[in-house]
Design a protein around this ligand. Structure first.
Ligand SMILES: Nc1ncnc2c1ncn2[C@@H]1O[C@H](COP(=O)(O)OP(=O)(O)OP(=O)(O)O)[C@@H](O)[C@H]1O
Ligand SMILES: [Mg+2]
Length: 352
């Protein structure tokens, strides 16, 4: 389960893009804390999710010069300690370049009218990875199938309020929000959401209700990320109104590619209708470099939609299925695997 994830010092170093030999010095300077945890038969040094999140929050506010001056004055002329502080400062300054606060697309949705392209999987993996990096996140499940909800380990969603209650029954939105892990909140979904279209259609300002509701709690979060249902529904239209960016997840197969012109046309039409300028990113998913057809579709995506296509590609990997099964991040399944690398690179791209 994601909320119980812990990191070995090496995993932490890889995530922070810091040389692993510096971890003890970083700990010595008080920037992270390790504790001992029994894993199997061995006692291991680990770092908790909250400690990792705090580290990334800290480096986003880190000012190397100010920190160095403070350390120097604390230590007087203790040359050895000052030397370590300088090395740590340098490493953290380097890490800061990877994790600078550049969030410009605060509200994002994962979308495709075609089903089964990997929207829910990538939404869940993105919110967990961004949460590991210390961002405060609200995940919103807008699909009655509730796959994002399940991916985030909530199995009793049928008993919980959803966005249906907010949009149709005027439930205050904060009462539909639940916490699923440190720094990660969720508005869950259940089957009742499948019946929202007709009552929503009858509401005044129907497409604006969702963005107005989200606006009430937006300042509590760095990111608001929605998974949507595979349709051109009013609910999805409402999320387009609320979003800064649409992430279109496209499987690298011919049918998924065929549907792309329709998806892009739908998005364009909505932008016109609601007078919104949306950032659009196409994310190629389930790529298999051994398949000629996969290579061809990726090539076509990149040439036909060059201004929208993400640099990151998510390869087909059993780790993603395993992560779904274990209701955690792929990082937890195999931090060195190709799927983890893909999700890390996608997360960095979507955070800009
Ligand atoms: N890169 C990948 N490699 C392997 N399997 C993947 C990958 N991405 C998604 N899957 C698997 O594909 C299946 C469909 O994924 P998912 O449910 O995320 O799609 P979706 O677009 O949300 O579907 P729907 O339209 O029904 O909401 C799942 O079993 C998921 O584990
Ligand atoms: Mg889905």
């Amino acid at each position: 389960m994601f909320k119980e994830i812990v990191f070995t010092p090496n995993e932490f170093a890889a995530l922070a893009k810091i040389d692993k030999s510096l971890v003890p010095a970083i700990e010595g300077q008080g920037f992270i804390k390790t504790h001992r945890k029994r894993i199997g038969n061995v006692d291991r040094k680990v770092i908790s999710l909250e400690e990792v999140q705090d580290f990334f929050k800290m480096i986003r506010e880190f000012d190397t010069a100010e920190h160095a001056a403070k350390k120097a004055s604390e230590m007087g002329t203790g040359a050895e300690m000052a030397g370590t502080a300088a090395i740590v400062n340098e490493a953290i300054a380097e890490a800061t370049t990877h994790f600078a606060p550049r969030l410009s697309q605060k509200t994002q949705m994962f979308y495709n009218v075609k089903g089964g392209t990997g929207k829910s999987t990538l939404t869940a993996q993105f919110v967990m990875m961004a949460s590991m990096l210390g961002y405060r996140i609200l995940a919103v499940d807008l699909d009655g199938q509730g796959h994002l909800t399940v991916n985030l380990d909530i199995l009793d969603a049928h008993e919980r309020p959803t966005i249906y209650d907010v949009l149709i029954n005027d439930l205050p939105i904060d009462q539909a929000v639940m916490n699923v892990a440190p720094g990660l909140d969720l508005i869950p979904a259940n089957l009742s959401l499948c019946n929202i279209e007709i009552p929503l259609n009858n509401k005044t300002r129907r497409e604006y209700r969702l963005s107005e509701a989200l606006a009430k709690i937006a300042d509590q979060y760095d990111l608001i990320i929605a998974d949507t249902n595979p349709a051109a529904s009013i609910l999805n239209g409402s999320m387009l109104v609320a979003s800064d960016r649409v992430n279109v997840v496209c499987a690298t197969n011919p049918l998924s590619f065929h549907g792309m012109s329709l998806v892009m046309a739908t998005i364009e039409e909505m932008q016109r209708e609601f007078k919104r300028a949306l950032d659009v990113k196409i994310i190629p998913n389930m790529y298999d470099n051994r398949e000629v057809i996969s290579q061809e579709v990726l090539g076509e995506l990149r040439s036909q939609f060059s201004e929208f296509c993400a640099t990151s590609v998510v390869n087909r990997s059993a780790d993603l299925n395993e992560a779904t099964k274990r209701r955690t991040t792929v990082w937890d399944v195999s931090s060195k695997g190709i799927a983890s690398q893909d999700i890390v690179s996608l997360t960095h791209e979507l955070l800009i």
